[in-house]
Design a protein around this ligand. Structure first.
Ligand code: ADP
Length: 190
């Protein structure tokens, strides 16, 4: 079973590259951002609660996202493997994920960390905001806050996965195809 964490700051291209990896390795895509946005669209209670955090660029509480992931793992026990996109985002989430996966003896194979310069992230997010309809991509202050929250709470996960020899840094600058090629090179060595 191939279980990949696709990691990187907001705007690093996780969603775009996830599409490619799903196709190449027949994996199931679990994006907490997408799951939260569908809860909002459905007018669900969980969505209403999450929206307050998302529109400010803050993290949704750990127990909310961990609960969502737990449900998806249980509902898809026959999957070939998973690609986790936008999750985990805190050390507590990473520990909870390890615990859930260890129960099935299907640990994380690798964390693929897309590395992109800050100004490029801001440019990409503002550009995405022109067409995505995502309010959090249309406000420079919210974007900067998401990057700060990433640096403070999420970036430490690089050390977490490195301590298990599972961290792979991948250059996230360049064309979509170039970056996909770099990711494939890493995954094929696993
Ligand atoms: P991006 O990576 O571009 O910020 P996402 O779709 O991954 O976009 O996340 C959008 C927002 O959803 C985040 O700013 C945060 O508020 C919330 N969110 C998504 N995933 C998580 C998570 N694992 N933990 C806490 N909050 C999350």
């Amino acid at each position: 079973m191939l279980n990949l964490v696709l990691f990187g700051p907001p705007g690093a291209g996780k969603g775009t590259q996830a599409e490619y990896l799903i196709e190449a390795y027949s994996l199931l895509h679990l994006s907490t951002g997408d799951l939260l946005r569908s809860e909002i669209a459905a007018g669900a209670k969980l969505g209403l609660e999450a929206k307050k955090y998302m529109e400010k660029g803050e993290l949704v509480p750990d127990e909310v996202v961990i609960g969502m992931i737990k449900g998806r793992l249980e509902a898809n026990q026959d999957a070939n493997g998973f690609i986790f996109d936008g999750f985990p985002r805190t050390v507590a989430q990473a520990e909870a994920l390890d615990k859930l996966l260890n129960e099935n003896e299907t640990p994380i194979s690798a964390m693929l960390s897309l590395e992109v310069e800050k100004q490029e992230l801001i440019n990409r997010l503002l550009k995405r905001g022109e067409s995505s309809g995502r309010p959090d991509d249309q406000n420079q202050e919210v974007i900067e806050n998401r990057i700060n929250v990433y640096n403070e709470k999420t970036a430490p996960l690089v050390d977490y996965y490195a301590s298990f020899n599972k961290h792979y840094g991948v250059d996230g600058m360049g064309s979509i195809e170039e970056i996909a090629g770099r990711l494939k090179q890493v995954v094929d060595t696993l």
